[in-house]
Design a protein around this ligand. Structure first.
Ligand SMILES: Nc1ncnc2c1ncn2[C@@H]1O[C@H](COP(=O)(O)OP(=O)(O)OP(=O)(O)O)[C@@H](O)[C@H]1O
Ligand SMILES: [Mg+2]
Length: 240
């Protein structure tokens, strides 16, 4: 793919003896949004862990803007311009909103083409976080914590943003807000991987789709192409 931001190629990953990812290959184009779908346990989070260097693949390559990053330390990988909004949000509950953002702050790359993120821009994007900036993160609602988790990832000024089930456990109205935020980030030119179990949410926003099933890529294509193909996704995803 021309202008590839991130690619996993032929990844095999294990937890101990348990073989979780089998020859997984997918790629994210620059300024595109890839929806990564699959049921519980399909291997979505493991793909995130492998990308971020938290899990080490036994085989295969992870390339970020053309450089192989597989096997590098997580800090080194993060410093190359990729950030993860982890599943379950994982904000620092005993720190304030402001402190959560502060610890994640990283200067934008010199000459980077995206508007640099900092307190001002994050608070402008999430006015609710600004209002609550002195509150402990543990006292925020689920939706506010999700906004904080996204804001924290943005403070690192990534070129590639990974989001692991950001809608999980949120009320529909809040999910709509989170999706609107993701849409804005995409419009600003960020390259995004959106992990989801809810196919409807992803097809509304994604350029490209990958569906994992038992640690293997079962379906891959453009969202528009898959929508038109009439392929039955329920066998991989359950019913939505
Ligand atoms: N730390 C771990 N140790 C051992 N096995 C694990 C570990 N984490 C995940 N697994 C197993 O690896 C497989 C893939 O898990 P993974 O978390 O990648 O799935 P997922 O697609 O993110 O699922 P979910 O939608 O529930 O978050 C599952 O069978 C899971 O039980
Ligand atoms: Mg997961």
């Amino acid at each position: 793919m021309a202008n590839e931001a991130l690619a996993l190629s032929g990844i095999d990953a294990y937890y101990g003896d348990s073989h979780v990812l089998h020859d997984v290959t997918w790629s994210l184009g620059e300024a595109r949004l890839l929806g990564l779908l699959g049921r519980n346990g399909a291997g979505k989070t493991t793909c995130m862990n492998v990308t971020m260097g938290v899990a080490r693949p036994r085989r295969g390559a992870v390339t970020l803007f053309g450089q192989n990053i597989a096997g590098r330390a997580p800090e080194d990988i993060a410093a190359r311009g990729i950030a993860l909004v982890p599943q379950g949000r994982r904000v620092f509950r005993s720190l304030s909103v402001h402190e959560n953002l502060l610890v994640a702050a990283r200067k934008p790359e010199a000459g980077g083409k995206h508007a640099p993120w900092g307190f001002q821009t994050v608070y402008a994007a999430f006015p609710r976080l600004k209002e609550r900036r002195h509150h402990l993160a543990g006292h925020l609602s689920g939706g506010e914590q999700q906004m904080l988790a996204i804001g924290r990832a943005l403070m690192a000024n990534p070129r590639v943003l990974l989001m692991d089930e950001p809608s999980e456990g949120l009320a529909p109205r809040i999910v709509a807000e989170v999706m609107a935020t993701i849409r804005r980030l995409k419009e600003q030119g960020l390259s995004i991987v959106l992990v989801e179990q809810n196919a409807k949410l992803v097809f509304d926003i994604a350029d490209d789709i990958v569906i994992l099933n038992s640690g293997q890529v079962a379906v891959a294509g453009t969202a528009a192409g898959l929508r038109d193909s009439g392929i039955d996704l329920h066998q991989y995803l359950g019913i939505y």
